[in-house]
Design a protein around this ligand. Structure first.
Ligand code: AQP
Length: 342
């Protein structure tokens, strides 16, 4: 991680969508790093419910409220400390939406058309996607820049969106003659499993919205379920490879080795050396033990937190108050630069 530009105080911002229960990909790709970053600089962690409705219309408002609490509980259970970091729900701070509108007018259509996640999520049915899903990256830029955050811990899959955030910041600063007004935030990609793939298809990322629950390990899965999902994870008929080269064209094997390395905190080359030429069954048993050891305490803590929804709501409300107070002067100055009522 390089130093943030001197003009801006180091500050972390990141968020996850309450679209479903968080999974091992969210945890290894992002959440685990969020926890570590708390020791390095101030952090703001958000449950991005405004992003969530770009893809799903919740049948009942309570379904979304429950999902928001569940994500907040996962953050805390994994080690986000609401006494040190600001933890809140995106829709509680309207400054995000206000700044997103301004950024919709800064970002260019050509930039948005290049976003691979939109293409992946919509496939052949682009015309049926919501406009909100298309403009998701400008809202993400607003989430980050409304606090002038300088560092954004995300998985590999979100790096392109962060590039767009930098482009938006740069163009706003140029267009409105305000050099360095917004920082150009950096992606913080730590660890070995920055892109965890589906357990059913090694070419697709592990995702909350995958129809198959067997494709992912949820942070709420119990030990039996975790072990079962790993045992049933798709592999090919060959034994584990002897070297890195032997992983070429074997996405499922590569994914399981990456997950093993991330959970064990060892380099991937060590994992390959240790299991070289062995069958997957023994490897999978050890992988299941590692996954259970990491996930089970989180699942247990989540259950305890979710038993007291009023306390979770209090934590989120307290965080929203702090976030709104930080965003207000930045939004006011942005509107003044644009010429809006401020
Ligand atoms: N498979 C993954 N491997 C590594 N990191 C991942 N992240 C998501 N999936 C993986 C990281 O988790 C953070 C939260 O992501 P999000 O909730 O904003 O949505 P997403 O990236 O679209 O994640 P999902 O699980 O695929 O959700 P759905 O299915 O709802 O779209 C991000 O930092 C992301 O990089």
């Amino acid at each position: 991680m390089s130093d943030a530009p001197a003009k801006h105080q180091p500050l972390v911002f990141s968020g996850m969508q309450p679209t479903n229960t968080l999974h091992l990909g969210n945890y290894l790709g992002a959440l685990k790093n969020w926890v570590k970053l708390q020791d390095q600089m101030p952090c703001i962690y958000c449950v991005v419910d405004m992003h969530a409705i770009t893809a799903v219309a919740y049948a009942k408002p309570d379904d979304l409220r429950t999902a928001v609490r569940e994500v907040a509980a996962a953050y805390i259970a994994a080690g986000v400390d609401p006494k040190r970091s600001i933890l809140f729900q995106q829709s509680a701070v309207p400054a995000h939406a206000e700044l997103a509108w301004i950024f919709n007018c800064v970002a260019r259509l050509g930039w948005m058309d290049r976003m691979t996640q939109f293409k992946e999520k919509t496939g052949k049915h682009k015309e049926r996607a919501s406009v909100g899903l298309y403009t998701y990256p400008t809202l993400m830029a607003a989430d980050i820049l409304v606090y002038k955050a300088t560092h954004v811990p995300v998985g590999e899959d979100q790096k392109q969106h962060l590039e767009l955030t930098r482009d938006v910041a740069q163009k706003f600063n140029n267009d409105y003659g305000a050099e360095d007004f917004f920082p150009l935030p950096e992606a913080v990609v730590l660890g070995t499993a920055t892109r965890v793939m589906s357990l059913r298809d090694g070419s697709k990322k592990m995702s909350k919205s995958d129809d198959s629950d067997m494709s992912r390990i949820n942070l709420t899965d119990d030990a039996d379920m975790v072990a079962q999902k790993i045992r049933k994870a798709r592999t090919d008929p060959n034994p584990l490879p002897d070297d890195e080269k032997g992983l070429e064209g074997r996405p499922e094997a590569e994914n399981l080795i990456n997950i093993f390395a991330a959970l064990a905190g060892t380099p991937r080359s060590d994992v390959i050396a240790r299991f070289a030429g062995q069958q997957f069954s023994g490897f999978k048993n050890e992988l299941a033990d590692l996954a259970v050891a990491e996930i089970a305490p989180i699942a247990e803590k989540m259950r305890r937190l979710l038993a007291d929804p009023a306390e979770l709501d209090r934590i989120l409300a307290d965080g929203a108050e702090q976030a709104a107070a930080l965003a207000a002067p930045i939004l006011r100055e942005t509107k003044r630069l644009v010429g809006f009522h401020a």
